[in-house]
Design a binder for this molecule. Structure first.
Ligand code: DGY
Length: 433
């Protein structure tokens, strides 16, 4: 009971007058795309107007080509780097001048967020009306992805920056960094003043992050040029699972709304092609898991991460393959002394239990895995993911990420990164409902 109340307090404190939520105070002072979706799901449980506002504000920042940016810089502040002056997304001819933003995106979660809001709503008519007024923007966002981010017309879209993945400093990208040799940029990080640097990406990693943006800027954020020149070009199973899940939600919602047959048909076409290629191209039989594909260097990235299991959430794998996936999850991530689910393979030498996306447990990924496992009938493991998430929050509070090693909690703190973190609070509320 008290924690439910605390979660609402976190969300209320992070909700800004302009109608959006910051992920947390200090570290993240703007609106982030995939955070907004996850936050709206929690808000929907007790304040639907705020949930609607959150999504409406995000969609207001959409560009003329359907693109939705990853950060919207609603306020001026020098406490975050890199800010709008570095990103200069206004170089893109179709950018949204009213809402300064980055020129990159994040996983497309808004489709399934809308469906979740509808499911949660007591006043279905009111939420359906909201959906009716906004759903085409989400559809146009998906159209943008399929028309601009799939150069080989495979049904899988690429990300051109690790920040687009959401799993910013995952060891998945280490081999891509080795193909680059960026200059050492002059810049002042702000995040490492706020959080223990051992829990954040390294300075040299930031050089790579900035370098990709410099290349995009040199070409005014042209998708075509980025596809041709970006040293980072990846087909990410997490990103594509979010898109496929959201396609599915849009189909359901358009069906409820009626009419829109043409859009339903188009969504179904994307869906069929995407799911087929996803299974053919992104499943690694030897590892028993879905993996990332490096489109720039035309080679699979053969590591298992929590993203490897996200296709369960989107109904992508066959029942049989789902069993294989769950075996892999339990063998590598599921030993008794570990909380589910580490963000990176704990048996790999690249695993780091403290460092951001190199190992810690993240509540949003756990939320995705919980529903995926549950849908496929893995009740006990789903329950363990849920119980572990709740236990970590009970122990430590609404941290951004958590150490997966159970043993350390006897003597240390295992909650890391930002505190009073919105999506940890919001998805906690959803898991309890
Ligand atoms: C950060 O600043 O670390 C963010 O995750 C970028 O999206």
């Amino acid at each position: 009971k008290d924690l439910i109340n605390d979660a609402k307090i976190v969300l209320n404190n992070n909700f800004q007058e302009k109608g959006y939520s910051i992920p947390c105070k200090g570290l993240y002072p703007f609106q982030w795309k995939w955070d907004s979706g996850f936050i709206a799901i929690g808000l929907a449980h007790y304040d639907m107007n705020k949930a609607k506002k959150e999504i409406e504000t995000l969609l207001n920042a959409q560009w003329g080509n359907g693109f939705i940016p990853h950060i919207i810089f609603h306020v001026e502040t020098d406490t975050y780097f890199p800010g709008k002056d570095f990103h200069q997304s206004e170089l893109h001819p179709l950018s949204n001048r009213k809402y300064p933003s980055t020129g990159m995106t994040q996983p497309p979660v808004v489709g399934f967020t809308l469906e979740k809001m509808y499911t949660i709503a007591e006043d279905k008519k009111d939420v359906l009306n909201f959906i009716k007024n906004n759903i085409d923007k989400v559809y146009n966002n998906h159209k943008y992805f399929y028309e601009n981010r799939d150069p080989q017309n495979e049904g899988l879209v690429y990300i051109y920056h690790n920040w687009e993945s959401g799993t910013d400093n995952s060891p998945l990208w280490d081999d891509i960094w080795k193909t680059m040799n960026p200059p050492e940029y002059e810049f002042t990080r702000r995040d490492t003043d706020l959080v223990d640097p051992s829990q954040r990406p390294s300075r040299r990693e930031y050089d790579h992050y900035l370098h990709i943006i410099e290349i995009a800027k040199q070409h005014n954020y042209s998708d075509e040029k980025i596809a041709e020149l970006s040293p980072f070009l990846v087909q990410d199973p997490l990103f594509n699972s979010m898109l496929i899940k959201s396609n599915d939600s849009l189909i359901s919602l358009y069906n409820i709304l009626g009419k829109n047959e043409d859009k339903i048909e188009q969504l179904q076409q994307w869906q069929d092609k995407s799911i087929a290629t996803f299974n053919n191209k992104l499943f690694d039989t030897e590892l028993g898991a879905y993996i990332h594909y490096d489109l720039r260097n035309e080679k699979p990235i053969r590591f298992v991460s929590s993203s490897s299991f996200s296709p369960l959430f989107a109904g992508i794998s066959s029942k049989e393959r789902a069993k294989t996936l769950v075996n892999t999850m339990m063998n590598k991530f599921g030993s008794d002394d570990m909380y589910l689910c580490a963000s990176f393979d704990p048996t790999s030498e690249r695993f780091n239990p403290k460092k951001y996306w190199r190992g810690p447990v993240w509540i949003n990924l756990n939320w995705i895995l919980y529903f995926g496992l549950k849908d496929y009938g893995f009740k006990n493991i789903a329950q363990r993911v849920k119980d572990d998430s709740i236990e970590l929050i009970k122990k430590e509070g609404f941290y951004e990420y958590f150490d997966p090693r159970k043993s350390i909690y006897n003597s240390e703190k295992g909650g890391y990164g930002g505190y009073n973190f919105s999506w940890s609070a919001s998805l906690f509320l959803d898991l309890l409902n």
